[in-house]
Design a protein around this ligand. Sequence first.
Ligand code: S3P
Length: 418
Amino acid sequence: MIIPSAQRIRGEITVPPDKSITHRMIFFASMADGKCEIENPLIADDTSRTMELVKSVGAVVSLNGSVLDVEMKKVHEPSSPIFCGNSGTTTRIGLGFLSRLPVFSVLYGDESLSRRPMERVIEPLSELGGIFDGRNHASNLPISVRGGKVGHADYTSKVSSAQVKTAFVVSALSGDDISTYREPFESRDHTEQFLKAFGAIEKTGNTIKIRPSRIPAFKSIVVGDFSSAAFFIALGLCHPNARLKIKKVGLNNTRTGFLEVLKRMGAHIEISNVVQEFEPYGDLIVESSELKGIEISPKEIPLLIDEVPLVGLVGAFAKGKTIVRGASELRTKESDRISAVVSMLSGMGAHVEEYPDGFEVEGEQKLQMSTVDPLGDHRIAMMAAIAGVCANGVEIKNSEIVSISYPSFFEDLKRVVL
Ligand code: S3P
């Protein structure tokens, strides 16, 4: 796809529903006692993989207008290996979910997912009683799970990962006693926010205690995805003639670290109409801003993990240097996102330095037209499009991969580019 540069950016966007929350609601609904209703779920490649996973063990899932009905019927063994596509969240939370069930199952994924580390989830889930096998001692897919006998554990994770935390919580909920989980820095807390309503979770700092609990049938609403909104936030700030309204965006403060970073950079962002439902959401107005480069601390990284590549892009338009360190987790995402950011920006002519755990971008760069291969990574493809619109255009290979999280991304982009 060829994306030209733009004269002006104006208009309103309603971004798609949150991917993380949709995955969780499908899993929780499949663990609940009775039929659950999930309003405004994200229908995209990754969340479809989670729907297929729960269906393969007995859940009935149907979309009625904007409501997804999910009900677990009689649990049965999957009739064939379960394909998780490109979705790390389906796989990792799915491993926790399957470890609760008295069935044997096998998970496999695409090339990118097959490279991603799974020992981070296999170790804590094994401590809880799950039995796993797979490639490289179950460090990589394909992985088999034999579940049904969950005990309890006290586990301290080396990584700050909401996927690992959620996998542990999901399994521990069906344990035989209270379990404890600790992470180095706080990661997104959608799971805790949802489960605390049922008294299943107690949280103190970065430590959570999980009480074995049942989940009653529930109805929930999924808010707009902050990580999808982030592309339009970057567009509104970096383009020299822009004003955009982004409506009904999820504002959970364990997701909005990017907003805090941008405010420190001097961004004009107005937040209004904030509503607290299951999760808080509100409208954002962003406009062209004179930004200054900043340094990001390792503690902030989990709060903007999926937006760190965009910090690199915004940094290229700011005055002075932008430095990101303590972000080696980015190398384990759908692609190696440190190397992807460095090669995209340097391919456009920017001065970027690569570190094992981050990058440093020189500001006030004149980005040139170039061709970007996002290497199968949806967020890198969307970032390339925003870079192209703000600068001198871009050609993106295999751009259709945006359907992993944001199927209507290019249509939404076209509507605001004038
Ligand atoms: C997610 C957590 C993050 C994030 C991913 C979705 C989740 O991964 O990068 O896109 O839904 O829990 P980690 O928790 O592994 O950092």
